[in-house]
Write a protein that binds this ligand. Structure first.
Ligand SMILES: [Fe+2]
Length: 235
Protein backbone atom coordinates (compact mmCIF):
# COMPACT_ATOMS: atom_id res chain seq x y z
CA UNK A 1 0.00 0.00 0.00
CA UNK A 2 1.09 3.49 -0.86
CA UNK A 3 -0.14 6.67 0.78
CA UNK A 4 0.10 9.27 -1.96
CA UNK A 5 -0.78 12.32 0.09
CA UNK A 6 0.53 13.07 3.59
CA UNK A 7 1.64 15.99 5.69
CA UNK A 8 3.86 13.97 7.98
CA UNK A 9 7.10 15.89 7.59
CA UNK A 10 7.61 17.92 10.75
CA UNK A 11 7.53 21.71 10.77
CA UNK A 12 6.86 22.18 7.08
CA UNK A 13 3.27 23.32 6.90
CA UNK A 14 -0.03 22.87 8.77
CA UNK A 15 0.71 19.15 9.15
CA UNK A 16 2.96 17.50 11.69
CA UNK A 17 4.30 20.05 14.15
CA UNK A 18 7.15 18.06 15.70
CA UNK A 19 9.37 15.06 15.15
CA UNK A 20 7.46 13.22 17.88
CA UNK A 21 4.17 13.80 16.11
CA UNK A 22 5.70 12.70 12.81
CA UNK A 23 6.95 9.52 14.49
CA UNK A 24 3.47 8.63 15.77
CA UNK A 25 1.88 9.36 12.41
CA UNK A 26 4.41 7.19 10.59
CA UNK A 27 3.94 4.42 13.17
CA UNK A 28 0.22 4.45 12.50
CA UNK A 29 0.82 4.28 8.78
CA UNK A 30 3.18 1.37 9.30
CA UNK A 31 0.65 -0.42 11.51
CA UNK A 32 -1.88 -0.08 8.69
CA UNK A 33 0.49 -1.91 6.37
CA UNK A 34 1.66 1.07 4.34
CA UNK A 35 5.16 0.50 2.94
CA UNK A 36 5.49 3.66 0.90
CA UNK A 37 4.63 7.12 2.16
CA UNK A 38 4.75 10.08 -0.16
CA UNK A 39 5.46 13.17 1.92
CA UNK A 40 3.63 16.08 0.30
CA UNK A 41 4.03 19.31 2.24
CA UNK A 42 2.13 22.27 0.81
CA UNK A 43 3.96 24.37 -1.74
CA UNK A 44 2.55 27.81 -2.47
CA UNK A 45 4.58 29.60 -5.12
CA UNK A 46 3.58 33.03 -3.79
CA UNK A 47 4.79 32.26 -0.27
CA UNK A 48 8.05 30.37 -0.54
CA UNK A 49 10.94 30.08 -2.98
CA UNK A 50 11.69 26.79 -4.62
CA UNK A 51 15.20 26.46 -3.19
CA UNK A 52 14.25 27.22 0.39
CA UNK A 53 11.29 24.83 0.17
CA UNK A 54 13.51 22.03 -1.11
CA UNK A 55 16.27 22.58 1.43
CA UNK A 56 13.73 22.80 4.25
CA UNK A 57 12.15 19.58 3.08
CA UNK A 58 15.53 17.89 2.89
CA UNK A 59 16.27 18.81 6.50
CA UNK A 60 12.88 17.59 7.63
CA UNK A 61 13.30 14.30 5.75
CA UNK A 62 16.74 13.78 7.23
CA UNK A 63 15.46 14.34 10.76
CA UNK A 64 12.80 11.69 10.19
CA UNK A 65 15.23 9.21 8.64
CA UNK A 66 17.70 9.72 11.46
CA UNK A 67 15.00 9.16 14.05
CA UNK A 68 13.93 5.87 12.42
CA UNK A 69 17.54 4.69 12.20
CA UNK A 70 18.33 5.68 15.76
CA UNK A 71 15.27 3.86 17.08
CA UNK A 72 16.09 0.91 14.85
CA UNK A 73 12.64 0.52 13.39
CA UNK A 74 11.96 -2.84 11.93
CA UNK A 75 11.17 -2.58 8.22
CA UNK A 76 10.53 1.17 8.30
CA UNK A 77 8.26 2.52 5.58
CA UNK A 78 10.01 4.23 2.69
CA UNK A 79 9.40 7.95 2.70
CA UNK A 80 9.59 9.89 -0.54
CA UNK A 81 9.94 13.65 -0.73
CA UNK A 82 7.20 15.30 -2.75
CA UNK A 83 4.96 18.32 -2.54
CA UNK A 84 1.33 19.31 -2.80
CA UNK A 85 1.69 22.09 -5.31
CA UNK A 86 -1.04 24.68 -5.32
CA UNK A 87 -2.18 25.84 -8.72
CA UNK A 88 -1.30 29.25 -10.08
CA UNK A 89 -2.08 30.62 -13.52
CA UNK A 90 0.83 29.83 -15.79
CA UNK A 91 2.01 26.78 -13.81
CA UNK A 92 1.83 24.75 -17.00
CA UNK A 93 4.77 26.68 -18.42
CA UNK A 94 6.71 27.17 -15.17
CA UNK A 95 10.05 25.62 -15.97
CA UNK A 96 11.15 24.68 -12.46
CA UNK A 97 7.94 22.94 -11.45
CA UNK A 98 9.37 19.49 -12.17
CA UNK A 99 11.69 19.98 -9.17
CA UNK A 100 8.58 19.44 -7.05
CA UNK A 101 7.89 15.98 -8.44
CA UNK A 102 8.12 13.04 -6.06
CA UNK A 103 11.84 12.31 -5.80
CA UNK A 104 13.06 9.99 -8.49
CA UNK A 105 9.81 10.15 -10.46
CA UNK A 106 7.84 12.49 -12.72
CA UNK A 107 4.83 12.52 -10.39
CA UNK A 108 3.40 15.91 -9.46
CA UNK A 109 0.66 16.19 -6.84
CA UNK A 110 -1.34 19.22 -7.93
CA UNK A 111 -3.93 21.03 -5.84
CA UNK A 112 -6.43 22.83 -8.03
CA UNK A 113 -8.61 25.86 -7.15
CA UNK A 114 -11.60 25.47 -4.88
CA UNK A 115 -13.78 27.36 -7.35
CA UNK A 116 -15.20 26.83 -10.81
CA UNK A 117 -12.32 25.70 -13.03
CA UNK A 118 -11.90 27.65 -16.25
CA UNK A 119 -10.18 27.12 -19.57
CA UNK A 120 -6.93 28.43 -18.09
CA UNK A 121 -6.89 25.67 -15.47
CA UNK A 122 -7.46 23.09 -18.16
CA UNK A 123 -4.72 24.52 -20.32
CA UNK A 124 -2.19 24.55 -17.48
CA UNK A 125 -2.92 20.95 -16.52
CA UNK A 126 -2.68 19.96 -20.18
CA UNK A 127 0.69 21.70 -20.51
CA UNK A 128 2.06 20.00 -17.38
CA UNK A 129 0.96 16.63 -18.68
CA UNK A 130 1.66 16.96 -22.37
CA UNK A 131 4.40 19.57 -22.81
CA UNK A 132 6.34 19.07 -19.59
CA UNK A 133 5.48 15.36 -19.69
CA UNK A 134 4.80 15.18 -15.97
CA UNK A 135 2.46 12.62 -14.47
CA UNK A 136 -0.06 14.90 -12.84
CA UNK A 137 -1.93 13.61 -9.82
CA UNK A 138 -4.89 15.85 -9.06
CA UNK A 139 -5.08 16.00 -5.27
CA UNK A 140 -8.28 15.10 -3.40
CA UNK A 141 -10.63 15.45 -6.37
CA UNK A 142 -13.75 15.16 -4.22
CA UNK A 143 -13.02 18.52 -2.64
CA UNK A 144 -13.47 20.55 -5.84
CA UNK A 145 -16.50 18.77 -7.18
CA UNK A 146 -19.18 20.96 -5.61
CA UNK A 147 -17.64 24.08 -7.18
CA UNK A 148 -17.89 22.73 -10.71
CA UNK A 149 -21.30 23.91 -11.79
CA UNK A 150 -20.25 23.60 -15.42
CA UNK A 151 -18.85 20.11 -15.72
CA UNK A 152 -17.26 20.46 -19.16
CA UNK A 153 -13.87 21.65 -17.84
CA UNK A 154 -13.93 18.98 -15.14
CA UNK A 155 -14.60 16.29 -17.72
CA UNK A 156 -11.91 17.65 -20.01
CA UNK A 157 -9.31 17.66 -17.21
CA UNK A 158 -9.96 14.01 -16.41
CA UNK A 159 -9.80 13.08 -20.06
CA UNK A 160 -6.17 14.19 -19.96
CA UNK A 161 -3.66 11.49 -18.97
CA UNK A 162 -3.85 12.52 -15.30
CA UNK A 163 -4.41 10.53 -12.13
CA UNK A 164 -7.19 11.33 -9.69
CA UNK A 165 -6.27 11.09 -6.02
CA UNK A 166 -9.08 10.69 -3.49
CA UNK A 167 -8.80 11.10 0.26
CA UNK A 168 -9.60 8.05 2.35
CA UNK A 169 -11.48 10.32 4.74
CA UNK A 170 -14.00 11.16 2.03
CA UNK A 171 -15.34 7.61 2.35
CA UNK A 172 -15.62 7.78 6.11
CA UNK A 173 -18.32 10.35 6.66
CA UNK A 174 -21.86 9.73 5.63
CA UNK A 175 -22.16 13.23 4.24
CA UNK A 176 -19.30 12.89 1.78
CA UNK A 177 -19.66 9.24 0.97
CA UNK A 178 -22.31 9.55 -1.72
CA UNK A 179 -20.28 11.96 -3.83
CA UNK A 180 -17.09 9.97 -3.23
CA UNK A 181 -18.68 6.72 -4.34
CA UNK A 182 -20.00 8.44 -7.45
CA UNK A 183 -16.52 9.75 -8.30
CA UNK A 184 -14.92 6.40 -7.50
CA UNK A 185 -17.05 4.77 -10.17
CA UNK A 186 -16.41 7.30 -12.92
CA UNK A 187 -13.55 5.35 -14.36
CA UNK A 188 -10.75 7.81 -13.58
CA UNK A 189 -7.20 6.57 -12.96
CA UNK A 190 -7.46 6.48 -9.19
CA UNK A 191 -5.00 6.72 -6.34
CA UNK A 192 -5.65 7.02 -2.62
CA UNK A 193 -4.13 9.19 0.07
CA UNK A 194 -4.84 9.90 3.69
CA UNK A 195 -3.96 13.61 3.47
CA UNK A 196 -3.11 13.15 7.15
CA UNK A 197 -2.08 16.28 9.05
CA UNK A 198 -2.04 15.11 12.67
CA UNK A 199 -3.15 12.33 15.00
CA UNK A 200 -6.72 13.30 15.76
CA UNK A 201 -8.43 15.83 13.54
CA UNK A 202 -6.98 14.59 10.22
CA UNK A 203 -5.22 11.35 11.16
CA UNK A 204 -3.76 8.54 9.05
CA UNK A 205 -6.88 6.71 7.89
CA UNK A 206 -6.04 4.93 4.67
CA UNK A 207 -6.94 1.48 5.99
CA UNK A 208 -10.36 2.61 7.21
CA UNK A 209 -11.13 4.30 3.88
CA UNK A 210 -10.07 1.21 1.99
CA UNK A 211 -12.35 -0.93 4.12
CA UNK A 212 -15.35 1.19 3.13
CA UNK A 213 -14.39 0.97 -0.55
CA UNK A 214 -14.01 -2.81 -0.23
CA UNK A 215 -17.42 -3.20 1.40
CA UNK A 216 -19.40 -0.72 -0.67
CA UNK A 217 -17.75 -0.95 -4.08
CA UNK A 218 -15.82 -4.22 -4.07
CA UNK A 219 -12.27 -5.50 -3.93
CA UNK A 220 -11.73 -4.86 -7.63
CA UNK A 221 -11.58 -1.10 -7.05
CA UNK A 222 -8.78 -1.54 -4.53
CA UNK A 223 -6.93 -3.89 -6.84
CA UNK A 224 -7.04 -1.31 -9.58
CA UNK A 225 -5.98 1.49 -7.23
CA UNK A 226 -3.04 -0.58 -5.97
CA UNK A 227 -2.04 -1.51 -9.48
CA UNK A 228 -2.12 2.17 -10.51
CA UNK A 229 0.06 2.96 -7.50
CA UNK A 230 2.67 0.35 -8.29
CA UNK A 231 2.72 1.30 -11.94
CA UNK A 232 2.98 5.03 -11.34
CA UNK A 233 5.93 4.78 -8.93
CA UNK A 234 8.07 3.48 -11.78
CA UNK A 235 7.63 6.70 -13.76
FE1 LIG B 1 -3.00 17.96 1.54
Amino acid sequence: MIDFHTHILPNMDDGSQSLEQAREMIKREQAEGIQDIIATPHFYADRVGMDSFLSYREKSMQAVQKMMEKEMWERPPRIYGGAEVYYFPGIGRASEISKLCVEGTSLLLLELPFSQWDQGVYQDVAQLAEEQELTVIVAHIERYFEFQKKKDIWDAVFELPVYAQMNAGAFLTWKERMTSMKLLKKGYRLLLGSDCHDLDRRPPNLAAGREVIRKKAGESFLEEIDQNGREIMRR
